[in-house]
Design a protein around this ligand. Structure first.
Ligand code: PGA
Ligand code: ZN
Length: 428
């Protein structure tokens, strides 16, 4: 047996914001190694797996010594001797060892880095690329990318209230062409913003740092950027991550760029107004995580014309997806492995959502690394959509570029998900 876990080593490395994070190396009895690196969010849902940090004054409190000790002193002895091919068993052991509902003892950062490292070692031992190891004999599609053009919210000093202004290259025929289109729009947007005096460098995920006076101005410039790049709005459409939990609580929404406060229904009207005026096909967290009734009203209002994604609202939890579906909230889920804390729980969430006919979007975090596992998850699990931030900075490009290599490996039979990935009718 070559797939027995022989050693697990955790080390501190540094993420795309220069903050510490956890890298785990797993070595199997046959000599194969696997690696996983924990990402980290800035606009986190309150029900996510806990990102365990040391606190105190050093490194702004972001130290990971406790989580690291958990990997080396608790997790390693518990998992050594287990079979890496038994991902469910390994993840069940992590869940049991943690013993809390939100990984607060071991840290979701410790558990996800370990879980990913075991998966990657097992795929290596099978002699297959990770996406193929996950897919088995099932056919897969190359995911529709969701690419950030401007950053905002918690990723850009709250220069806009909407956190992510993204595009979806729906008219592409391949992943390669989708990235080509993204590059053209990203460049056109940068040029246009510079000419308007609205560009100030890049935000946390590589999108242009916007100096707009209103959220609406950002939408106008994004729509114009798509045209300037030479695309129609049915070829390249807009997607928004509003991340409304950042400025909404207890049914009151206070966007920083507006002078007024909104109750849930007035805020939903603002967003519905944007949907009328701009070619938006997808909206993430339109209302706050503590506003389930708002989510139900919004989902009902857009019907099957817009993808409604729950991120903070669903936190990659299968039972939340089921409950939301039963309550008529959302029609798509953002799938972030570190929100769940293990690969098995992440996959279960995706499976439940797919069975419901929902859209599924595998997603990176705003704090990232060179780890490109999520690209393999998106292809191997046939998620249909992939969101990894913008079209700049190597922690983002590592993931887009990995998709190009996978598409090339699949060869002529590669199918691009395109429109079929969205749980919607057509462009409104
Ligand atoms: P985060 O943001 O990684 O900072 O939480 C990403 C998102 O909200 O989708
Ligand atoms: Zn989000």
């Amino acid at each position: 047996m070559k797939t027995i876990i022989k050693s697990i080593i955790g080390r501190r490395i540094w993420d795309s914001r220069g903050r510490p994070t956890i890298e785990v190396d797993v070595e199997l009895s046959g000599g194969r190694r696997g690696r996983g690196i924990a990402p980290s969010g800035a606009s986190r849902g309150s029900n996510e797996a806990i990102d365990l940090r040391d606190g105190g004054s050093l490194l702004g409190g972001y130290g990971v010594q406790d989580a690291l000790s958990n990997v080396n002193d608790l997790i390693a002895p518990a998992l050594v001797g287990m079979n890496a091919e038994d991902q469910e068993g390994v993840d069940a052991a992590l869940i049991e060892l943690d013993g809390t509902p939100n990984k607060s003892r071991l840290g979701g950062n410790a558990t996800i880095a370990t879980s990913m490292a075991v998966l990657s070692a097992a795929a290596g031992a099978a002699g297959r690329p990770l996406w193929r190891y996950l897919a088995g004999d099932q056919s897969v599609r190359m995911p529709l990318p969701e690419i950030q053009i401007f950053g905002g919210g918690a990723h850009a000093g709250r220069r806009t209230d909407i956190q992510d202004f993204l595009i979806m290259p729906l008219g592409a025929q391949s992943f390669d062409e989708a990235l080509f289109m993204a590059a053209e729009v990203y460049r056109a947007a940068g040029d246009l913003m510079a000419s308007l005096g609205r560009r100030s460098g890049v935000a946390d995920e590589g999108g242009w740092w916007p100096n707009f006076t209103s959220n609406e101005e950002a939408l106008q410039v994004l729509a114009r950027s798509i045209e300037r790049a030479g695309y129609r709005h049915d070829q390249v459409a807009i997607s928004l991550d509003i991340a409304a939990s950042e400025f909404g609580r207890n049914g009151l929404y206070k966007p920083a760029l507006d002078d007024c406060e909104y109750d849930t229904s007035a805020w939903i009207d603002v967003v519905l107004g944007w949907l009328k005026r701009y070619p938006i096909v997808s909206v993430e967290d339109p209302v706050a995580e503590d506003d389930p009734e708002g989510m139900r009203i919004f989902t009902e209002a857009v019907g099957d014309s817009v993808q409604v994604i729950g991120d903070d609202f669903l936190v990659t939890a299968a039972e939340r997806v089921s409950a939301a579906a039963a309550a008529g909230q959302c029609n798509a889920v953002l799938v972030k492995p570190n929100q769940a804390g293990t690969i098995t729980e992440t996959q279960r969430t995706l499976r439940v959502a797919k069975e419901l006919g929902w859209g599924t979007i595998v997603s990176a975090r705003s704090g990232e690394s060179e780890d490109a596992t999520i690209t393999h998850l998106a292809v191997g699990w046939d998620a249909g959509q992939l969101k990894v931030g913008s079209f700049a900075r190597s922690e983002r490009m590592a993931k887009w570029n990995e998709g190009l290599r996978i598409e090339e490996t699949i060869g002529a039979s590669a199918r691009f998900a395109g429109w079929s990935a969205l749980p919607v009718r057509s462009l409104t």
